[in-house]
Design a protein around this ligand. Sequence first.
Ligand code: HEC
Ligand code: HEC
Ligand code: HEC
Ligand code: HEC
Length: 177
Amino acid sequence: MLLTLLSMFVVVFAQDAPKFKYTGVKKCKMCHSKAKKGKIYELWQERRHSKAYATLATDHSKEIAKKAGIEGDPQQAKECLSCHTTAYNVPADQKLPTLTLEEGVSCEACHGPGSKYKSMKVMKGLFAGTMKAEDYGLIEPDKAVCEKCHNSNSPTFKELKFEEAFKKIAHPVPAKQ
Ligand code: HEC
Ligand code: HEC
Ligand code: HEC
Ligand code: HEC
Protein backbone atom coordinates (compact mmCIF):
# COMPACT_ATOMS: atom_id res chain seq x y z
CA MET A 1 0.00 0.00 0.00
CA LEU A 2 2.68 2.41 1.05
CA LEU A 3 4.73 1.38 -1.98
CA THR A 4 1.76 1.92 -4.29
CA LEU A 5 1.21 5.38 -2.84
CA LEU A 6 4.88 6.12 -3.13
CA SER A 7 5.06 5.07 -6.77
CA MET A 8 1.92 7.09 -7.53
CA PHE A 9 3.62 10.07 -5.97
CA VAL A 10 6.73 9.49 -8.05
CA VAL A 11 4.66 9.26 -11.24
CA VAL A 12 2.71 12.43 -10.43
CA PHE A 13 5.88 14.21 -9.42
CA ALA A 14 7.64 13.16 -12.61
CA GLN A 15 4.74 14.52 -14.67
CA ASP A 16 4.61 17.77 -12.74
CA ALA A 17 8.29 18.58 -13.04
CA PRO A 18 9.98 17.51 -16.26
CA LYS A 19 13.63 16.81 -15.54
CA PHE A 20 15.02 18.34 -18.70
CA LYS A 21 13.73 21.26 -20.75
CA TYR A 22 14.48 22.61 -24.21
CA THR A 23 16.19 25.99 -23.90
CA GLY A 24 16.75 27.05 -27.51
CA VAL A 25 19.89 27.68 -29.55
CA LYS A 26 20.77 31.10 -28.08
CA LYS A 27 21.94 29.39 -24.89
CA CYS A 28 24.26 27.08 -26.82
CA LYS A 29 25.62 29.99 -28.86
CA MET A 30 27.01 31.63 -25.70
CA CYS A 31 29.73 28.99 -25.38
CA HIS A 32 29.91 27.27 -28.78
CA SER A 33 30.73 30.12 -31.12
CA LYS A 34 34.35 31.11 -30.60
CA ALA A 35 36.93 30.06 -33.21
CA LYS A 36 38.90 28.08 -30.66
CA LYS A 37 35.69 26.22 -29.78
CA GLY A 38 35.11 25.24 -33.41
CA LYS A 39 32.52 27.95 -34.27
CA ILE A 40 29.83 25.30 -33.98
CA TYR A 41 27.02 27.82 -33.83
CA GLU A 42 28.23 29.58 -36.99
CA LEU A 43 28.59 26.28 -38.86
CA TRP A 44 25.03 25.38 -37.93
CA GLN A 45 23.81 28.78 -39.06
CA GLU A 46 25.37 28.32 -42.51
CA ARG A 47 23.62 24.98 -43.06
CA ARG A 48 20.13 23.81 -43.93
CA HIS A 49 18.95 22.75 -40.45
CA SER A 50 18.97 26.38 -39.28
CA LYS A 51 16.77 27.31 -42.28
CA ALA A 52 14.25 24.50 -41.85
CA TYR A 53 11.47 26.76 -40.57
CA ALA A 54 12.20 29.51 -43.13
CA THR A 55 11.99 26.87 -45.88
CA LEU A 56 8.31 26.37 -45.05
CA ALA A 57 7.57 29.90 -46.30
CA THR A 58 8.72 29.24 -49.89
CA ASP A 59 6.42 28.71 -52.88
CA HIS A 60 7.91 25.24 -53.24
CA SER A 61 6.75 24.42 -49.69
CA LYS A 62 3.28 25.72 -50.42
CA GLU A 63 3.10 23.43 -53.47
CA ILE A 64 4.30 20.45 -51.44
CA ALA A 65 1.73 21.17 -48.74
CA LYS A 66 -1.07 21.51 -51.28
CA LYS A 67 -0.16 18.17 -52.88
CA ALA A 68 -0.22 16.58 -49.42
CA GLY A 69 -3.75 17.93 -48.92
CA ILE A 70 -2.72 20.47 -46.28
CA GLU A 71 -4.70 23.70 -46.34
CA GLY A 72 -3.14 27.04 -45.51
CA ASP A 73 0.32 28.18 -44.46
CA PRO A 74 2.95 25.39 -44.06
CA GLN A 75 4.60 27.50 -41.31
CA GLN A 76 1.47 26.89 -39.28
CA ALA A 77 0.83 23.27 -40.25
CA LYS A 78 1.72 20.70 -37.60
CA GLU A 79 2.29 18.19 -40.43
CA CYS A 80 5.32 20.21 -41.53
CA LEU A 81 6.46 21.78 -38.24
CA SER A 82 6.98 18.38 -36.62
CA CYS A 83 10.23 17.92 -38.60
CA HIS A 84 11.11 21.49 -39.57
CA THR A 85 11.44 22.82 -35.99
CA THR A 86 12.85 21.61 -32.66
CA ALA A 87 10.85 19.51 -30.19
CA TYR A 88 7.54 20.40 -31.86
CA ASN A 89 5.61 17.43 -30.50
CA VAL A 90 7.11 17.66 -27.03
CA PRO A 91 4.64 18.79 -24.30
CA ALA A 92 4.76 22.54 -23.60
CA ASP A 93 5.98 22.12 -20.02
CA GLN A 94 9.23 20.66 -21.36
CA LYS A 95 9.99 23.79 -23.37
CA LEU A 96 11.26 27.13 -22.08
CA PRO A 97 10.02 30.33 -23.79
CA THR A 98 13.55 30.87 -25.18
CA LEU A 99 13.01 27.97 -27.64
CA THR A 100 11.60 29.37 -30.90
CA LEU A 101 10.08 27.94 -34.07
CA GLU A 102 12.30 30.28 -36.11
CA GLU A 103 15.49 28.46 -35.10
CA GLY A 104 14.33 25.46 -37.12
CA VAL A 105 16.24 22.23 -36.46
CA SER A 106 18.65 23.42 -33.76
CA CYS A 107 21.20 21.77 -31.45
CA GLU A 108 18.67 20.23 -29.07
CA ALA A 109 16.78 18.50 -31.91
CA CYS A 110 19.78 16.13 -32.00
CA HIS A 111 21.44 16.58 -28.59
CA GLY A 112 18.32 16.57 -26.39
CA PRO A 113 16.90 19.17 -23.98
CA GLY A 114 19.72 21.31 -22.57
CA SER A 115 18.42 22.85 -19.33
CA LYS A 116 20.53 20.59 -17.10
CA TYR A 117 23.60 19.92 -19.23
CA LYS A 118 24.29 23.47 -20.40
CA SER A 119 26.20 24.57 -17.27
CA MET A 120 29.96 24.88 -17.71
CA LYS A 121 30.69 22.34 -14.98
CA VAL A 122 28.42 19.69 -16.49
CA MET A 123 29.52 20.37 -20.08
CA LYS A 124 33.17 19.91 -19.13
CA GLY A 125 32.41 16.77 -17.14
CA LEU A 126 30.44 15.24 -20.01
CA PHE A 127 33.10 16.11 -22.55
CA ALA A 128 35.82 14.64 -20.33
CA GLY A 129 33.71 11.54 -19.76
CA THR A 130 33.61 11.96 -15.97
CA MET A 131 29.82 12.51 -16.01
CA LYS A 132 27.16 10.41 -17.72
CA ALA A 133 25.16 11.93 -20.59
CA GLU A 134 21.83 10.36 -19.58
CA ASP A 135 21.96 11.85 -16.07
CA TYR A 136 21.76 15.31 -17.66
CA GLY A 137 19.52 14.70 -20.67
CA LEU A 138 22.33 14.82 -23.25
CA ILE A 139 21.88 12.54 -26.24
CA GLU A 140 24.86 11.24 -28.21
CA PRO A 141 23.16 11.35 -31.60
CA ASP A 142 23.33 8.36 -33.93
CA LYS A 143 21.54 7.43 -37.15
CA ALA A 144 18.27 6.69 -35.30
CA VAL A 145 18.11 10.33 -34.15
CA CYS A 146 18.42 11.53 -37.77
CA GLU A 147 15.73 9.09 -38.85
CA LYS A 148 13.18 10.69 -36.53
CA CYS A 149 12.90 13.26 -39.37
CA HIS A 150 14.82 11.77 -42.29
CA ASN A 151 12.19 9.14 -43.02
CA SER A 152 9.54 8.38 -45.60
CA ASN A 153 6.98 10.62 -43.90
CA SER A 154 8.93 13.51 -45.40
CA PRO A 155 7.23 14.57 -48.64
CA THR A 156 10.68 15.11 -50.22
CA PHE A 157 12.32 12.03 -48.67
CA LYS A 158 15.76 11.04 -49.90
CA GLU A 159 17.34 8.14 -48.08
CA LEU A 160 19.89 9.39 -45.54
CA LYS A 161 23.34 7.89 -45.88
CA PHE A 162 24.57 8.58 -42.39
CA GLU A 163 28.33 8.81 -42.98
CA GLU A 164 27.95 11.15 -45.92
CA ALA A 165 25.20 13.20 -44.31
CA PHE A 166 27.14 13.53 -41.08
CA LYS A 167 30.15 14.89 -42.99
CA LYS A 168 27.91 17.66 -44.33
CA ILE A 169 26.91 18.71 -40.82
CA ALA A 170 30.17 17.88 -38.97
CA HIS A 171 31.13 20.30 -36.19
CA PRO A 172 34.09 19.00 -34.19
CA VAL A 173 35.56 20.66 -31.13
CA PRO A 174 39.16 21.49 -32.11
CA ALA A 175 41.83 19.50 -30.28
CA LYS A 176 43.74 21.40 -27.60
CA GLN A 177 47.17 22.65 -28.74
C1 HEC B 1 28.42 27.65 -20.19
C2 HEC B 1 28.98 27.25 -21.48
C3 HEC B 1 28.22 26.22 -22.31
C4 HEC B 1 26.90 26.27 -22.71
C5 HEC B 1 25.85 27.32 -22.36
C6 HEC B 1 26.71 25.12 -23.55
N1 HEC B 1 27.86 24.39 -23.67
FE1 HEC B 1 28.12 22.63 -24.63
N2 HEC B 1 30.04 22.51 -23.99
C7 HEC B 1 30.70 23.51 -23.30
C8 HEC B 1 32.11 23.12 -23.13
C9 HEC B 1 33.18 23.94 -22.43
C10 HEC B 1 32.24 21.82 -23.70
C11 HEC B 1 33.53 20.98 -23.80
C12 HEC B 1 34.10 21.09 -25.22
C13 HEC B 1 34.63 22.48 -25.50
O1 HEC B 1 35.53 22.96 -24.76
O2 HEC B 1 34.14 23.12 -26.47
C14 HEC B 1 30.92 21.47 -24.24
C15 HEC B 1 30.62 20.27 -24.85
C16 HEC B 1 29.42 19.98 -25.48
C17 HEC B 1 29.11 18.74 -26.15
C18 HEC B 1 29.98 17.51 -26.23
C19 HEC B 1 29.69 16.64 -25.03
C20 HEC B 1 30.36 15.30 -25.06
O3 HEC B 1 29.86 14.40 -24.34
O4 HEC B 1 31.35 15.12 -25.76
C21 HEC B 1 27.87 18.89 -26.69
C22 HEC B 1 27.11 17.86 -27.51
C23 HEC B 1 27.39 20.20 -26.34
N3 HEC B 1 28.35 20.84 -25.59
C24 HEC B 1 26.16 20.73 -26.73
C25 HEC B 1 25.61 21.89 -26.20
C26 HEC B 1 24.27 22.35 -26.48
C27 HEC B 1 23.30 21.65 -27.41
C28 HEC B 1 24.07 23.49 -25.76
C29 HEC B 1 22.80 24.32 -25.67
C30 HEC B 1 21.62 23.64 -25.16
C31 HEC B 1 25.30 23.74 -25.03
N4 HEC B 1 26.20 22.77 -25.34
C32 HEC B 1 25.50 24.82 -24.17
C33 HEC B 1 30.15 24.68 -22.82
C34 HEC B 1 28.82 25.05 -22.94
C1 HEC C 1 9.03 13.29 -41.36
C2 HEC C 1 9.67 14.59 -41.32
C3 HEC C 1 9.24 15.68 -42.29
C4 HEC C 1 7.97 16.17 -42.50
C5 HEC C 1 6.68 15.69 -41.86
C6 HEC C 1 8.11 17.24 -43.46
N1 HEC C 1 9.42 17.39 -43.82
FE1 HEC C 1 10.17 18.69 -45.22
N2 HEC C 1 12.01 17.85 -45.02
C7 HEC C 1 12.34 16.85 -44.13
C8 HEC C 1 13.73 16.44 -44.35
C9 HEC C 1 14.46 15.40 -43.54
C10 HEC C 1 14.21 17.20 -45.44
C11 HEC C 1 15.58 17.08 -46.09
C12 HEC C 1 15.54 16.33 -47.43
C13 HEC C 1 14.69 15.12 -47.43
O1 HEC C 1 15.11 14.02 -47.05
O2 HEC C 1 13.50 15.26 -47.81
C14 HEC C 1 13.09 18.09 -45.83
C15 HEC C 1 13.17 19.01 -46.86
C16 HEC C 1 12.15 19.85 -47.24
C17 HEC C 1 12.25 20.87 -48.27
C18 HEC C 1 13.52 21.24 -49.04
C19 HEC C 1 13.89 20.16 -50.01
C20 HEC C 1 13.25 20.37 -51.34
O3 HEC C 1 13.07 19.36 -52.06
O4 HEC C 1 12.95 21.50 -51.70
C21 HEC C 1 11.02 21.47 -48.37
C22 HEC C 1 10.63 22.58 -49.32
C23 HEC C 1 10.14 20.81 -47.39
N3 HEC C 1 10.87 19.85 -46.73
C24 HEC C 1 8.82 21.15 -47.19
C25 HEC C 1 7.96 20.46 -46.33
C26 HEC C 1 6.54 20.76 -46.18
C27 HEC C 1 5.80 21.86 -46.91
C28 HEC C 1 6.05 19.89 -45.26
C29 HEC C 1 4.62 19.74 -44.79
C30 HEC C 1 3.66 19.44 -45.83
C31 HEC C 1 7.15 19.02 -44.85
N4 HEC C 1 8.29 19.42 -45.50
C32 HEC C 1 7.04 17.99 -43.93
C33 HEC C 1 11.52 16.29 -43.17
C34 HEC C 1 10.14 16.46 -43.12
C1 HEC D 1 21.42 17.29 -37.03
C2 HEC D 1 21.86 16.88 -35.73
C3 HEC D 1 22.77 17.81 -34.95
C4 HEC D 1 22.60 19.16 -34.74
C5 HEC D 1 21.47 20.06 -35.24
C6 HEC D 1 23.70 19.57 -33.91
N1 HEC D 1 24.51 18.50 -33.64
FE1 HEC D 1 26.18 18.52 -32.46
N2 HEC D 1 26.57 16.58 -32.97
C7 HEC D 1 25.76 15.78 -33.75
C8 HEC D 1 26.41 14.51 -33.96
C9 HEC D 1 25.85 13.34 -34.76
C10 HEC D 1 27.64 14.55 -33.25
C11 HEC D 1 28.73 13.48 -33.17
C12 HEC D 1 28.48 12.59 -32.03
C13 HEC D 1 29.68 11.73 -31.81
O1 HEC D 1 30.82 12.24 -31.96
O2 HEC D 1 29.49 10.57 -31.48
C14 HEC D 1 27.70 15.88 -32.64
C15 HEC D 1 28.75 16.34 -31.86
C16 HEC D 1 28.78 17.56 -31.17
C17 HEC D 1 29.82 18.00 -30.27
C18 HEC D 1 31.07 17.21 -29.89
C19 HEC D 1 32.11 17.38 -30.98
C20 HEC D 1 33.42 16.69 -30.64
O3 HEC D 1 34.41 17.00 -31.33
O4 HEC D 1 33.46 15.86 -29.72
C21 HEC D 1 29.48 19.24 -29.82
C22 HEC D 1 30.26 20.12 -28.86
C23 HEC D 1 28.22 19.60 -30.45
N3 HEC D 1 27.83 18.55 -31.26
C24 HEC D 1 27.53 20.77 -30.25
C25 HEC D 1 26.45 21.19 -31.01
C26 HEC D 1 25.86 22.53 -30.95
C27 HEC D 1 26.30 23.64 -29.99
C28 HEC D 1 24.86 22.57 -31.88
C29 HEC D 1 23.98 23.74 -32.29
C30 HEC D 1 24.63 25.00 -32.64
C31 HEC D 1 24.81 21.24 -32.50
N4 HEC D 1 25.79 20.46 -31.96
C32 HEC D 1 23.88 20.87 -33.47
C33 HEC D 1 24.52 16.13 -34.26
C34 HEC D 1 23.98 17.41 -34.27
C1 HEC E 1 14.09 17.50 -36.16
C2 HEC E 1 14.23 16.89 -37.48
C3 HEC E 1 15.60 16.54 -38.01
C4 HEC E 1 16.59 15.80 -37.40
C5 HEC E 1 16.56 15.16 -36.02
C6 HEC E 1 17.69 15.72 -38.36
N1 HEC E 1 17.37 16.42 -39.49
FE1 HEC E 1 18.59 16.71 -41.10
N2 HEC E 1 17.15 17.90 -41.97
C7 HEC E 1 15.90 18.13 -41.45
C8 HEC E 1 15.18 19.03 -42.32
C9 HEC E 1 13.76 19.54 -42.11
C10 HEC E 1 16.06 19.34 -43.39
C11 HEC E 1 15.76 20.26 -44.56
C12 HEC E 1 15.95 21.69 -44.15
C13 HEC E 1 15.75 22.65 -45.30
O1 HEC E 1 16.28 22.43 -46.38
O2 HEC E 1 15.10 23.67 -45.06
C14 HEC E 1 17.30 18.59 -43.14
C15 HEC E 1 18.43 18.63 -43.95
C16 HEC E 1 19.58 17.91 -43.74
C17 HEC E 1 20.73 17.94 -44.59
C18 HEC E 1 20.88 18.80 -45.81
C19 HEC E 1 20.34 18.12 -47.01
C20 HEC E 1 21.06 18.54 -48.23
O3 HEC E 1 20.75 17.93 -49.26
O4 HEC E 1 21.92 19.42 -48.16
C21 HEC E 1 21.66 17.05 -44.07
C22 HEC E 1 23.02 16.70 -44.63
C23 HEC E 1 21.07 16.49 -42.86
N3 HEC E 1 19.81 17.03 -42.69
C24 HEC E 1 21.68 15.57 -42.06
C25 HEC E 1 21.19 15.12 -40.82
C26 HEC E 1 21.88 14.19 -39.94
C27 HEC E 1 23.21 13.54 -40.21
C28 HEC E 1 21.09 14.05 -38.83
C29 HEC E 1 21.34 13.23 -37.60
C30 HEC E 1 22.64 13.35 -36.95
C31 HEC E 1 19.90 14.89 -39.03
N4 HEC E 1 20.00 15.50 -40.25
C32 HEC E 1 18.87 15.03 -38.12
C33 HEC E 1 15.39 17.64 -40.28
C34 HEC E 1 16.10 16.91 -39.34
